[in-house]
Design a protein around this ligand. Sequence first.
Ligand code: FAD
Length: 452
Amino acid sequence: MKVDVLILGGGLAGLSAAHHLGERGVRSRLIVEAKERVGGTAGSVTAGGFTFDYTGHLLHLHDPDGQALILDLLKDNLATHERRAWIYSQGVFTRYPFQANTKGLPPATVAECVAGFLETVHRPRPLARAPDFLSWSRATFGEGITRRFMRPYNEKLWRMPLSQLTTEWQGRFVPKPSASEVLYGALTEKNAQFGYNATFRYPVRGGIQSLPDALAGRLEPGVVRVGSPVVAVDLREKVAQVQGLGEVHYERLVNTLPLNIFLDLAAPLPDTVKQARGALRWNTVWNLNVGIDRPAPVDKHWIYYPEKHFPFYRVGYSSNFSPNLAPEGHAAVYIEAARPGGARVDRDKLEAAMIKGLREAGLLRRSDEISAKIWMPVEVGYVVYDRARTPAVEAIFRHFQTLGVESIGRYGGWKYSFMEETILDGKRCAERLTGAAAAPEAPPTAVLRALT
Ligand SMILES: Cc1cc2nc3c(=O)[nH]c(=O)nc-3n(C[C@H](O)[C@H](O)[C@H](O)COP(=O)(O)OP(=O)(O)OC[C@H]3O[C@@H](n4cnc5c(N)ncnc54)[C@H](O)[C@@H]3O)c2cc1C
């Protein structure tokens, strides 16, 4: 088999690349996807009358092109929601984000958080040019907010000392309030909608799977081959071994598999790239989904659990995103814990701890019946931004450029991003491959203009 563009992986990045290549006149393209369905991490699984996503998958639309495409794909199958996110700590629910909503916590904690924040305003600490996350959090939010939320929550999520984590990933994901917002949030509940992503959209029917399905629906028959894992890629000969299809020869390669996985099946690689591969770190999201025979509390979409004695960092009610995700009178619940990538995890033990934690948190009552239960771990869940990440990624991408290989998406690009950005990655990749846009740095000389 021979194609102009071979795309590894049929998640949103791969589907978007294929769609935009098609729009730009490149017909000879093939997506090979290991699973029996498209969508990757933005997919859904049905079990016992429930539809479960890989934890919460909510649409935050910021870019005009991304928004236009997603709205056109989902049309009337989209509802807009005002975020109802909470934090549970010291036995109290407070609104997210913690830094702007401390009202309700014990007075000593509120005082500690507010005083610490005001100190950052009146006596700002000098910060290194590239600070670690812990120093940045102390300088930005103060000691109290760092101690009560930023540190314990992020340690649970990233599973590493925060002094080794950079701040490159957080950008708009960790909002900084003003001093007056912190004060208002300590005294009133006015700040409920503070921060980015205060509203989100979500499909009315079909879970988040309806988004990749709609994108795949734009492709001609035969462009996507599901159940077709790539097992090896010869980068020199430009040929991939795909289970069920045999050898697939290509002109250009677009990788959307997690970078670590792709590099493990690609050859030959120079030593610099092998070393860089060894420096990549990630965490695995251990996502247990359960269906219970009681409706979800209407005022909550999800809850953060920063405290150590809860085995999860977040629990959400997906049936509050869409009632169609659960049978009537039932709730679909997702529970998230993280572990370092590659760590051995005793699932049964973790599951027992999660169920116990749900009971202790008051989310599960003795009388509740669990009518569905399914593990949906995301093996490469979050790319770890330690000091080694960026130099390693740069070394790998420099090599890819010499080969004309594209590696895109949240995992192919080895970054912290979201669905809209992933779709835009596919669009930009198609533009580069057709000569309409330059590569970010030194562009590969051989572009696909000839093929359009
Ligand atoms: C826990 C969690 C929560 C998230 N929540 C949100 C959210 O609320 N909002 C939001 O916008 N974004 C969210 N995201 C991010 C979102 O999931 C990603 O941005 C997006 O789905 C990434 O798509 P992708 O195509 O880059 O990667 P993937 O979806 O991982 O696609 C890669 C594809 O490659 C396939 N593959 C793997 N190995 C092989 C192989 N050997 N051969 C062939 N195919 C293979 C996989 O099956 C997969 O389909 C979340 C992510 C996680 C982990």
